[in-house]
Design a protein around this ligand. Structure first.
Ligand code: BGC
Length: 415
């Protein structure tokens, strides 16, 4: 059957980025230091990234011209509080101008307060591994909200506080016992002139989890008590956890430890930010690799766009909250594969809406080919390519294709 499906009138259509991955020159962040330490897992430094720090006016206008009505980006703690307790009015004013540019272009700004990076001084105090350090994050949230809150459209406190746990489980990051003794940790501490240096997400996950769980609800309270009035939520890295051949108990245990424990602290939130890329299959003995011959993305993930529907359904039913897709995307050189991925993922969004699940919007990750953390600039998640020498932006077909869906607020034909 072919028919048109129209999304709710207030549906948010957007695309996402994160400060460190696109701004460039984020020299005071913990990631920047780590990128320059021998033996660190980073294959290259972020450098100028997409120079979005200077080019945001044109970039924001471009996002709007494509047909989107929101833009999710992060503000950079390392710029806003460059030294402990020292807040930069100039940095805050920069983000006020970005927020104003969004409004001028008809985009609802969705602001993430922390997208993986922290100031060096915070990492040198043990970062998220130290429970009391949650207070530093809450104070930063207060100060940023006091300066920016009247212009914020929606806010996410932390980006994927559970991602380290997820990628450890998937085998993409070493267990805490190995991380603790990684020589680059000692080298980073030496470079920072401190006894320790802990940068997210390469931090010890067990202690960091407790700090992040403590920080989120306190940050929500601080943001809601501050300037402005806008929905606040938490974003989570959510894989579609599937059980095969008797893997139910293992799957449920992992889901409890990685997802549910974070969903349990969203009681005061207005939405949960769903960020999904693939599925994870569990057998009785633990995680299973993708089956031989299945289509893989540049990240080595299984091509599985239906994961989004599964994680939206799980999140909505477990938390009872509206969901906002704050990230969904694919790393690929093949833009046709990207369009196929998004098209199938959006059918999942439609089915959720048709079943009465409150989905507030969909943000594609990412607006640009950008700095994909330890993997550097190789994976291509962008709707827009960026020339690394000239910073020239080139639209991929997927940009116009998704922008047209956003503008129409409808899927032209569904079956
Ligand atoms: C993160 C992004 C990252 C994306 C693609 C998410 O885990 O929030 O920063 O670039 O996935 O790997």
């Amino acid at each position: 059957m072919t028919e048109k499906f129209t999304f709710p009138g207030d549906f948010l259509w957007g695309t996402a980025s994160a400060a460190h991955q696109v701004e460039g020159g984020n020299v005071n962040s913990d990631a920047w230091l780590l990128e320059h330490v021998a033996g660190s897992p980073y294959v290259e430094p972020a450098g100028d990234a997409c120079d979005h720090y200077h080019r945001y006016p044109q970039d924001i206008a471009l996002i709007a011209a494509l047909g989107f009505n929101c833009y999710r980006f992060s503000i950079e703690w390392a710029r806003i509080e460059p030294e402990e307790g020292e807040f930069s009015r100039a940095a805050l004013e920069h983000y006020r101008r970005m927020l104003a540019a969004c409004h001028d272009n008809g985009l609802t700004p969705i602001v993430t307060y922390h997208h993986f990076t922290s100031p060096r001084w915070f990492a040198a105090k043990g970062g998220w591994e130290v429970l009391e350090n949650a207070d530093y994050f809450v104070r930063y949230c207060e100060r940023a909200t006091a300066h920016l809150g009247d212009l914020i459209g929606a806010a996410c406190t932390l980006n994927e506080p559970n991602v380290g746990l997820l990628i450890q489980q998937m085998g993409y990051m070493q267990p805490d016992s190995v991380l603790a003794n990684a020589p680059y940790r000692a080298a980073a501490a030496k470079a920072a002139g401190s006894a320790m240096f802990s940068a997210f997400p390469q931090c010890l996950q067990a202690p960091a989890r407790d700090t992040l769980l403590k920080a989120h609800p306190l940050a929500v309270a601080a943001i809601k008590a501050g300037r402005g009035s806008f929905p606040v939520g938490l974003t989570l890295a959510l894989s579609d956890h599937q059980a095969v051949d008797g893997g139910e108990a293992t799957r449920d245990r992992m889901r409890q430890a990685i997802d549910d424990v974070f969903l349990d602290v969203t009681g005061q939130d207005d939405f949960v930010g769903v960020q999904t890329y693939t599925r994870t299959r569990f057998g009785a003995q633990g995680i299973l690799p993708p089956e031989p011959g299945v289509e893989l993305t540049q990240m080595g993930y299984e091509f599985w766009p239906e994961a989004l529907e599964a994680t939206m359904r799980y999140t909505a039913s477990y938390s009872g909250k509206p969901v906002l897709v704050t990230e969904n995307g694919i790393g690929t050189e093949d833009d046709t594969q990207r369009i196929a991925y998004i098209a199938r993922a959006l059918q999942g969004v439609r089915r959720c809406l048709q079943d009465g699940i409150h989905v507030r919007g969909y943000c594609y990750w990412s607006i640009f080919d950008n700095f994909e953390w330890t993997m550097g600039y190789r994976p291509k998640f962008g709707l827009i390519a960026v020339d690394r020498e000239t910073q020239k932006r080139t639209l991929k077909p997927s940009a116009a294709w998704l922008g047209a869906i956003a503008r129409a607020n409808a899927l032209e034909s569904v079956s």
